[in-house]
Design a protein around this ligand. Structure first.
Ligand code: XBP
Ligand code: MG
Length: 254
């Protein structure tokens, strides 16, 4: 690395804690609407997170967690419809401002923009889930801060495949080591490292025990001056929060 040019952010678990009290709840609402007695508890949902992507996660539940599902219709169609309904419920939550950004995220985005870095999103979630989150937390104009929003079904293989990062890099016209990625999960880290992008991990309750081998730094969150992060792996020097200077130092651009 000679000069850091862009920061690439995962969304779910990284920009915001969306899974347990957001996506999971929306899945359950969609199941109830469809008359299905499926209840994805917080504990079960932790297991289901092994598979990224909402449609893929419903299919995983059907194949690996349900003994027998007696359904005479078209299963693919059922999954697509359930997922459409889930997305509508999730967007309502976002619009209501129910899901805040994680500590330090707004500060880092602001600082990175001020430093002239490009910003990108690389996520498996549905594109509207990203734009609604940004709009609800940072204002509508924040969508324009990102030079690429790579999301959802735009690539055929979701994380841990590296495809979404390859796509984002191509859109930005950058090499992997021009960038640093931020991820919260092992699946996400495999995807970013698979594309060769150096990565900082901010864990959450679902991902804390996962394998983050290969990450430049593993911390509890981005941290704030008044609420420093906890370092789980790697060397943050005397930094207590993720800022552009720390990212540059870790990336060897100083
Ligand atoms: C996030 C996901 C997403 C959400 C649901 O993974 O797995 O699938 O759980 O989003 P990552 P959709 O943070 O690694 O990108 O229902 O819109 O697919
Ligand atoms: Mg994630």
């Amino acid at each position: 690395m000679t000069k850091l040019k862009a920061l690439l952010f995962d969304v779910d678990g990284t920009l915001a804690d969306t899974e347990r009290d957001g996506h999971r709840v929306a899945f359950n609402q969609a199941f109830a609407d469809a008359g299905l007695a499926w209840d994805w508890t917080p504990e079960l949902y932790g297991k289901l997170l092994k598979v990224t992507g909402g449609k893929e996660r419903i299919r995983y539940y059907l194949t690996d967690f349900i003994d027998h599902f007696d359904y005479s219709g078209d299963l693919d169609e059922l999954i697509v419809n359930l997922h459409r309904s889930k997305t509508a419920h999730y967007l309502e939550m976002l619009k209501a401002g129910a899901i805040p950004l994680r500590p330090g995220v707004a500060r880092l985005l602001d600082e990175a923009r001020g430093a002239g870095l490009q910003l990108g999103i690389a996520t498996t979630t549905t594109p509207e889930n990203v734009t609604y989150l940004l709009e609800a937390t940072l204002g509508a104009e924040s969508i324009g801060w990102f030079d690429v929003i790579a999301a959802g079904d735009i690539v055929p293989a979701k994380k841990p495949a590296a495809d979404i990062f390859h796509h984002a890099l191509e859109e930005l016209g950058l090499e992997p080591d021009d960038c640093v990625a931020f991820e919260d999960s092992e699946n996400g880290l495999r995807a970013s490292l698979g594309a060769g992008v150096p990565t900082i991990v901010t864990i959450n309750d679902y991902t804390r025990a996962q394998d983050f081998d290969g990450a430049m730094l593993v911390v509890s969150d981005m941290g704030e001056p008044e609420q420093p992060f906890e370092v789980l792996a790697g060397n943050a020097g005397d930094s207590g929060w993720v800022d552009v200077a720390l990212v540059r130092r870790l990336a060897g651009d100083c």
